[in-house]
Design a protein around this ligand. Structure first.
Ligand SMILES: [Zn+2]
Length: 329
């Protein structure tokens, strides 16, 4: 069981001591690198849920002493890093969609994977655990822990706040004693529109673009998962299929979302809507986008995008950055 206060202290000590000058590497020399390696392997206190033997998104620290259940909020590398086919440190709890991805993409032994349905109270080691929709990438969950002594803890993982969350009964009816807030934009200067507003905007821009240039190729850049709502909204609004490469199609089909699976296609030439790895949208293209040089942009796009996705260059008339934050935080 982790204790909130004492645990914080011991972890803080672990992070900052022993002093660097006293540390000896195996070759007998003091090295900052060696210390860094040791420090990096220590699980920080904020990944441990006090009063429980649980950790959240803590897979890169090997076997964590005293941990009997490893929770995963969602399938993004900075959260699941450390998980792989050799994982053997204990049971992993996550949403069913995330569980499928962990099994399929990371080849984790299925005997370690325990999917938990959302909005359902599960009792694990005497603790009531409920996963709630996080409005981030598919499968992402907020994790609510209610201990036997009544203490409630909420670990958000990455999430995008929405009005709907204010009506989650578990959050409305129970005071949260400690909130573990994992956020990239926790500053009032960031004021994002709702996801719905962003999607409407993207659809509107795309339609306008197609009205002017009917042969426009619409490209959505995406990392592993997290931009599905963007290309699905465009696909539905235009009534067009979505082209993605085979490995992405496999991931998307594992979501078990009929409206997405039913709209995928295998040939780039069959649709004007393509999903590309973000890495395919090269630096030169971004530079040109920001330099407002449509001729140079077109040429760069023809050279790098067309060759990488195998379509004829004359289908590519214009690409315009919609300039809206389509991120999921
Ligand atoms: Zn994330």
């Amino acid at each position: 069981m982790w204790g909130l206060k004492s645990n914080s202290e011991s972890e803080a000590n672990c992070l900052f001591s022993p002093p660097m000058k006293k540390l000896k590497a195996s070759n007998g020399k003091s090295t900052a690198t060696h210390l860094k390696k040791i420090v990096d392997r220590s699980c920080p206190f904020y990944k441990k849920i006090p009063g429980t033997p649980f950790t959240v998104d803590a897979f890169r620290y090997g076997s964590i002493k005293g941990c009997s259940a490893y929770f995963l909020t969602h399938f993004h590398y900075d959260h699941y890093g450390g998980l792989g086919k050799r994982w053997s440190h204990g049971p992993i709890y996550c949403s069913p969609l995330t569980a499928r991805l962990v099994r399929m993409c990371l080849l984790v032994n299925p005997s370690y994977i325990h999917p938990l349905e959302l909005n359902t109270e599960h009792v694990i080691d005497g603790v009531k655990v409920t996963l709630l929709e996080a409005n981030h990438c598919p499968g992402a969950a907020l994790i609510h822990f209610r201990l036997q002594d009544g203490q409630c803890y909420l670990h958000t993982g990455d999430f995008r706040a929405s009005r709907l969350m204010q009506s989650y009964p578990l959050l409305v009816n129970h005071r949260v004693n400690v909130l573990y807030l994992d956020t990239t934009y926790c500053n009032p200067k960031y004021k994002f529109p709702s996801k719905e507003d962003v999607l409407n905007y993207v659809v509107r821009v795309t339609k306008n673009c197609l009205k002017k240039q009917p042969k426009t190729l619409v490209v959505v850049g995406a990392y592993s998962i997290g931009k599905e709502s963007v290309f699905l909204a465009i696909s539905k609004a235009l009534g067009v299929k979505i082209y993605a490469n085979a490995s992405r199609r496999r991931v998307l089909q594992s979501f078990d979302w009929p409206e997405l699976s039913g709209n995928l296609c295998t040939q780039g030439n069959d649709t004007l809507l393509h999903v590309l790895p973000m890495s395919s949208l090269k630096f030169e293209i971004y530079s040109l986008l920001f330099s407002q040089d449509p001729e140079g942009l077109l040429e760069a796009l023809r050279k790098s995008v067309c060759s990488s996705i195998g379509i004829s260059a004359n289908r590519l008339d214009l690409l315009r950055d919609c300039g809206q934050p389509t991120g999921s935080h």
